[in-house]
Design a protein around this ligand. Structure first.
Ligand SMILES: C[S@@+](CC[C@H](N)C(=O)[O-])C[C@H]1O[C@@H](n2cnc3c(N)ncnc32)[C@H](O)[C@@H]1O
Length: 290
């Protein structure tokens, strides 16, 4: 292991698998056809599929990944962005990292030689060759455990950006999407979400991200799109409702009820501004002074 301390301060593989390895068939019942599991970018009259593709395109363009040789996706989920990169953006080689076994299996079934998926934490990633661009959508939320000290939390985030800096070629771009605390303290957050939905995972504050990138990345664009998450959660909830009987057959009533409750709590969180959805593009810079 590359840095056991850093990985131990974030959600463990077991905690990630508790959530994401529920059942691929269950997620397919309420995610869109690309199995994208993060906030979409909505325009009027969009379907969930269209809004998810718009988000993926936004992230790919934010990372300036089109036509590039090597692109890394940290927290690649079921591989929608990897697929889009090779099929629509002419990328020669994509590497995806995930801690979910079910997601690895899913992506391997694409049989796409340009896509390499690894069951590996970013904290253990040691690429043999550098990357032209990095994308990370909806994974940063898992990088820090709750109840660690503020300095430990900052150390993890700083380490993540230092690694990304090492992995990227000079002048390379990273596009990052993550939920952040807005008008909320960790102690006031939902215990149900922290314990039963996303164990071992705490959110960042925007200020922590900004601090952690200091002098190694230049933040170029930042937008907060919390209402995009409200809409996405509504769409997931509606799909789950439509397919409820099948979902109960697959995972049982208790799990389905938990997901319904989780969607509801998060919708309120984004609607009220307790949480926000940050989309950030940044460019690798070289520290000018010692
Ligand atoms: C909410 S999903 C988002 C998936 C995908 N990016 C999308 O938008 O559909 C979070 C992803 O982060 C991954 N993840 C969490 N912690 C990670 C870590 N330490 N290293 C690499 N991936 C991680 C999970 O395995 C999962 O694939």
């Amino acid at each position: 292991m590359n840095n056991p301390k850093i990985q131990e301060l974030g959600a463990s593989a077991a905690a990630i698998q508790y959530h994401y390895d529920q059942s691929n068939d269950f997620y397919r019942l309420w995610l869109d056809s690309t199995n994208t599991y993060s906030a979409a970018i909505w325009q009027e009259n969009d379907t969930l599929e269209l809004a998810q593709l718009r988000k993926i395109d936004f992230q790919i363009n934010g990372a300036r990944a089109e036509g590039k040789k090597r692109v890394l996706d940290v927290g690649c989920g079921w591989g929608a962005t990897l697929k889009r990169l090779v099929e629509n953006y002419g990328v020669e080689k994509c590497v995806g990292l995930t801690l979910s076994e079910a997601q690895v299996e899913w992506i391997k079934s694409f049989n796409e030689p340009k896509i390499e998926v690894k069951l590996e934490s970013w904290a253990d990633h040691c690429p043999e060759e550098s990357y032209d661009a990095i994308i990370s959508i909806g994974a940063f939320e898992h990088f820090a455990k709750p109840n660690i000290s503020p300095s430990q939390k900052l150390e993890i985030y700083r380490t993540f950006f230092q690694r990304a800096h090492q992995w990227l070629k000079p002048g390379g771009w990273m596009s990052l999407q993550t939920i952040v605390y807005e008008n909320l303290t960790p102690a006031a957050g939902s215990k149900f979400i922290a314990e039963e939905i996303f164990p071992e995972s705490d959110l960042p504050y925007l200020a922590e991200i900004v601090k952690a990138t200091e002098r190694i990345f230049e933040i170029v664009t930042l937008q907060n799109d919390r209402f995009d998450y409200v809409k996405t959660l509504k769409a997931w909830r509606a799909r789950l409702k439509e397919n409820r009987a099948e979902a109960v057959n697959l995972v049982g009533e208790e799990v389905v009820a938990k997901y319904e409750k989780y969607f509801g709590i998060c919708m309120i969180g984004f609607h009220t501004g307790n949480m926000n959805l940050a989309r950030i593009t940044m460019r690798r810079i070289e520290p000018a002074h010692k």
